[in-house]
Design a protein around this ligand. Structure first.
Ligand code: ZN
Length: 99
């Protein structure tokens, strides 16, 4: 993930569209921006990854990050798909060109 990437954030029993605003090069610390209040955060949720799981800073609660395919709207929660920005349904990588 990098700043500007569109993602889907699942936290608790809720889900929201979000945008990556900060991502460390090792991907262990990221911040996601969204509209309104979500999971007790206003506008931005900072997440830290430990043992492969992202957790929020306030509650240390697990969060899942997915991507929605711009073509078929399928959401993938597979970390490899998220890293590669790949849709297993369309078998395409999202690029600046085909977005
Ligand atoms: Zn697709």
């Amino acid at each position: 993930m990098k700043a500007g990437d569109e993602v889907v954030l699942h936290f608790g029993d809720q889900q929201i569209d979000a945008t990556v605003v900060i991502a460390s090069t090792n991907q262990d610390s990221i911040a996601l921006a969204f509209d309104g209040i979500f999971g007790g955060y206003v506008g931005v949720m900072p997440l830290l990854r430990q043992d492969g799981v992202y957790r929020d800073l306030m509650h240390h609660q697990a969060a899942n990050i997915g991507i929605r395919c711009p073509h078929c709207q399928r959401i993938s929660w597979n970390p490899h798909d998220v890293d590669e920005r790949y849709c297993g349904g369309c078998h395409v990588f999202f690029t600046e060109d085909n977005y």
